[in-house]
Design a protein around this ligand. Sequence first.
Ligand code: PLP
Length: 388
Amino acid sequence: MSVFLNKRAKGKLRIEKPSQKPFLFHQKLPEYKITPLISLKSLAKNLKIGNIWVKDESNRLGLPAFKILGASWAVYRNIEEKFNIHSENNENFPEFIKKIKKIPSITLITATDGNHGRAVARIAKLYSWNAKIFMPEGSKEARINAILSEGAQVIIVKGDYDLAVQEAAKLESKLNWVIQDTAYENYEKIPKWIIEGYSTLCWEIDNQLSHSKIDLIFIQIGVGSLASAIIKFYKHENYNESPKILGIEPLGVACAKESVKAGKIVTINGPYNSIMAGLNCGTISKISWPLILAGIDGFIEVSNDFAIKGMKTFSNDGIISGETGASGLGGLLELTEQDNGKLFRHQFNLNENSNVLIFSTEGATDPDFYNNEIKKSNIFEKKYLKSC
Ligand SMILES: Cc1ncc(COP(=O)(O)O)c(C=O)c1O
């Protein structure tokens, strides 16, 4: 496995400056705390890389994935726009909720492969609203049940994630808000706000690393909204020393890489063999496409075996990470296994002083699968089961 290098990638981009407003909003939400940034010291030493930093999103605002950062901000921005109600600087969240009680009840609707849908359902619960979540055929029971546990209705479509997106889109109306994390024809505003919401990850990391230099970032790509947030932050023309960014996609579901190769958005139809549910998207988001084309320096297709290797390696360091969450580390492991990673090291100028950043974007969102793979791992039993 090697990196597909994107010859059209640029070092810096002339784009809108990321705002701190979502970060300030998130800090008001119940259960907000900064998520850990962990240094994988022994792995870095073994791989002869200065530092491998991991942003651990296994508990974000009480949910086991980063996705609620986007959903919460997009719904808030829609409330502002539709009802002219704001969360004022000097106001806490319960005060904001009181104002929300005065508007008609809304139903939030989206498609999901698990994490985004649960996040939307949690936001609906927070405002005492309803949620309708569309999921692809073959979605894991654990992920369906997690969404049902938020009080949402789940609809399984007879097809893949792209079909779920289309079905959800049909329900948009005045009091039925479609909160999808992917943009398509005439649907861009909400996904743009979702991308803005994800920038909280970067503001936190900037504080945690005291602005020290990052050389290379591994970022998972499903529809590309998360990657867009990373690109917008780190490749902004005002950012000090922009890192290189590698996009992680599952083997056989590399719709971003194939789009870059073709020079236009390409769809990869399901069914897919990948266990990385969060990345099993056939088409990248319309608004992410120009950012990915200009901002992702290379692409890696990660195999299921290496996603599992990533999970196990994380668990050795006490990080609980599901199949999608660990695919970034899986990609690094896959690249360094081959020819001792010589080519990869050379391509990205990596050495014992380099700082690499990886995102563990979820916890064990399919606990049975996780448990089976990690086998009797003490970490799972002690840490994860306690927090369920
Ligand atoms: C855990 C996890 N990581 C990464 C991603 C990829 O995010 P995006 O679809 O914005 O590219 C997803 C998407 O669902 C996810 O659930």
